[in-house]
Write a protein that binds this ligand. Structure first.
Ligand code: SAM
Ligand code: SF4
Length: 346
């Protein structure tokens, strides 16, 4: 009864979200999923947006306790793609019909401000695509230069809204700074993406409810909600991933709380479960990010071990993802998939 009443509310409180995240009864969980799917349909429609991702460097200055790319991991083979390799992956994404290119890396200042600016300019000149950057925290001057060069979006997850846990996981960084960066990016006109990890060591359900509230407060254009996957050679290698159901309940609750924000069915979801992406799309997600990082680099971008990692060519993999999406009665968007803020479909 309480669950049905919460699902009918327009604005959910922290207690409401906590209640949804704690659901155990299968029938009530199904009610949550059904509501999330209805909200997705109302605010986002049946289109699924594809974003092609290029992981161009796995060097990182940071030491996030949960991440396999952390600088203390000296077992990882490091790489940087050349500008030509980045542009040829961008071409492969564009040729596949995908209209967003995501440039992602560790925090790697070897790629200087001007070099990133020139890569953005080349992509925007050659191809008709949106450009999303996911390069970690950089200087405010860099963000401005890259916006002026044509970058459209910036993905910088807050990871956890718990101040103490944030400082524990990221010893050289603070939650306050992270939020400051997100607000500045928004002020510059970027569409911003944030989000969190689910199942981090010491995190509580209330912390996850706060994560969703922070995304709402920041009015994010995109929220990436993904499960923590333990990574060898990190301090958290012996901790467990969350159950798929806990992840799906969070995605579904995020859809209800955030309404029109883009929500991806992340790669981590498919690392957790072979059908993870499909399940995510059924409970509120409306974005998929096919990986276009070429071999041999892709295998070295080992944030966490991916038991379903394939050597399949990115174009073939995208076709397989497209078929899966269409089998759900959804269709692939032909647009750049900009922010849906304020746009309610009839
Ligand atoms: N360095 C940039 C940053 O941190 O924003 C972009 C690359 S980073 C690898 C991208 C995302 O990977 C992070 O936002 C984090 O949420 C996620 N990640 C890191 N370690 C993870 C793990 N063990 N399990 C799941 N996701 C993880
Ligand atoms: Fe570096 Fe990003 Fe991994 Fe942190 S999450 S160690 S910033 S790649």
């Amino acid at each position: 009864m309480k669950t049905a009443a919460i699902l009918n509310k327009n604005q959910l409180s922290k207690d409401d979200i906590t209640h949804l995240l704690m659901l155990q009864d299968e029938h009530e969980i199904e009610l949550l999923y059904k509501k999330a799917d209805e909200v997705r349909k109302k605010y986002c429609g049946d289109e699924v947006h594809l974003r092609g991702i290029i992981e161009f460097s796995n060097y990182c200055e940071q030491d996030c306790l949960y991440c396999g790319l952390r600088k203390s991991n000296n077992k990882l083979k490091r790489y940087r793609m050349s500008v030509d390799e980045i542009l040829s992956s961008a071409k492969a994404i564009h040729d596949t019909g995908i209209r967003t290119i995501v440039l992602q890396s560790g925090e790697d200042i070897y790629f200087g401000s001007e070099e990133i600016r020139d890569i953005i300019k080349s992509i925007k000149t050659k191809f008709n695509t949106a450009v999303t950057l996911s390069l970690g925290e950089r200087s405010f001057e860099d963000y401005k230069m890259w916006k002026d060069a044509g970058a459209d979006r910036y993905l910088l997850k807050h990871e956890t809204a718990n101040v103490k846990l944030y400082s524990m996981y990221h010893q050289a960084q603070s939650l306050r700074d992270r939020i400051g960066h997100l607000l500045y990016l928004k002020k510059l006109g970027y569409q911003i993406g944030s989000g969190n990890l689910i199942g981090l060591p010491f995190q509580t359900i209330e912390d996850i409810a706060e994560d969703l509230l922070l995304c709402r407060e920041l009015d994010v254009d995109m929220a990436s909600i993904s499960p923590f996957i333990p990574s060898p050679y990190t301090p958290y290698k012996h901790h467990q991933s969350p159950a798929l159901t806990d992840t799906l309940k969070t995605i579904a609750s995020a859809r209800i709380v955030l309404k029109d924000a883009h929500i991806p069915a992340t790669a981590a979801l498919s690392a957790l479960d072979e059908k993870g992406r499909e399940r995510g799309l059924r409970v509120g997600a409306n974005v998929v990010m096919p990986n276009f990082t070429p071999a041999p680099y892709k295998a070295y971008y080992e944030i966490y071990p991916n038991k379903y990692l394939t050597t399949e060519d990115p174009v073939k993999r995208t076709l397989r993802i497209t078929a899966m999406i269409e089998s759900l009665g959804r269709r692939i968007s032909a647009s750049q998939g900009d922010s849906l803020k304020q746009k309610v479909l009839a």
